[in-house]
Design a protein around this ligand. Sequence first.
Ligand SMILES: Nc1nc2c(ncn2[C@@H]2O[C@H](COP(=O)(O)OP(=O)(O)OP(=O)(O)O)[C@@H](O)[C@H]2O)c(=O)[nH]1
Length: 478
Amino acid sequence: GQCQLSAGSASQTATLDGPQRAIAIEGGKVAITVRCQDLATEAVLQFRALALHQPKLEMAGTAIEAEPNHRLAYPIPKGSSSALFTVQSDLPRPLSFQLSDRRHYRQANIRHNAMMFSYLGVALALSFYNLLLWLRMGEWQFGLYSAYTLATAWFFATQEGIPLLLAGQSYWLVPSLPLAGLTVFTGTLFFAQFLALPRHHPRFCRWLVQLPALFVLLFSLITLAFGNTHKLLDALMGLLTIWLQLCLMGLALLRAVKGDRDGLWTAVALALLLVGILTRRQTANGGDFIAYYGLIIAALLEAMLLAYMVARRLRVIKQEHRQALHMALTDPLTGILNRQGWQKAVAGQSCIAPEQWQAVYFIDLNAFKAVNDQHGHLGGDKALVTVANVTQRLLGHEATLGRYAGDEFVVYSRGQREQLAELTQRLRRQLSAVMVPGHPNFKVSATVGVHYQQGPCSLEELLAAADSSMYALKAGAD
Ligand SMILES: Nc1nc2c(ncn2[C@@H]2O[C@H](COP(=O)(O)OP(=O)(O)OP(=O)(O)O)[C@@H](O)[C@H]2O)c(=O)[nH]1
């Protein structure tokens, strides 16, 4: 069996389960007559093209309802029949169509939907995860990745009729061309941000990448506002998209040459997508499985590759974050906690039972100004490092040591009253004369003030009391 389609002087014949055919149509309102003969089973006539409006198939004056999940697929009865297909086309173009056994058509649809929903599942999960990352870390690249993945998924879903399948209503449909524009725009911003192009190639990035991406977005908004796509606009959008792909690929390779591994992987991801787009353009919405699904497969692989890269980037950012935090809380000279770090560490242990004792020791080097004058600041530094090392060795894990400021150190400890007093003795003994290694006659000493407290007390009060104790000792010594 077969069906013959005629539009004006053009005519094409499709056989049952045969290859896809295409018939040339003009732009505007088109009427195609369909004559089918000797179909051995119930069949489905499916048209494949973008930007078609108000499609209608009539048999003997009655409109035939399309297959439930496809706007452009109509059931054709067994045997012989004739029908009229009318549609509004934005562009003159070859209109692809295919005639399938209805059972085969439905099986193919199940495969198609399984494929689309797998893709959408992965894309939505990645988009959501990256949205959370963006909200938590405030890094733009995660937000842009999320927007790009979401726009791509929305575009494919619309193009493949998923909203229609889910909602069964055509008013749910956003035309896919503006969504394609949004995909290109968000994708370009993401790649530029991910490769830090505005920082590395500010001028190139603005003129070669950001401006064309803005044009694509603008064109797609025009098509959204005015519906009708001008052929020139359509071609320009296609060309700009390919141009952007090539530019981004070039810039990514440039980064790869400079030793940035992300550059190489970005170039691979973009190449995958380009192959997908070109295959899709070549086959004009039809052809065999790979040709038809090539773009979706490429997009899926690309999304996963990008997700891997983004995850790696996340690891690096977290590591830098940890490093920055470590640096902010550590004294660079002695390697022990600085005042902030010490306060943070001690605040973490602030919960204390009423019968328990705690103590703060305030250690101030004696006549350190003279040490600096005599041995120079480098010598003074060495003395500070030595005092920090000696004190840390003495304390072990028993107490928390920090450098408070200049030549002042602080220690926090808790335990039995006797233990704390014993620690005071050890500190005073050890710090009464500290030899600076490598300098035979270089000795420093420190005064250790202390305050013991039973039960809870604020750190400020403990510190103030230990500080006064230290000053009292110094005053007594003078
Ligand atoms: N080498 C070196 N000196 C420092 C550093 N930080 C502060 N100082 C010096 O430490 C000295 C502290 O002087 P003062 O606060 O007058 O104390 P002091 O000379 O020890 O006098 P007393 O505390 O009364 O015994 C100053 O001369 C600072 O320049 C540092 O990181 N390295």
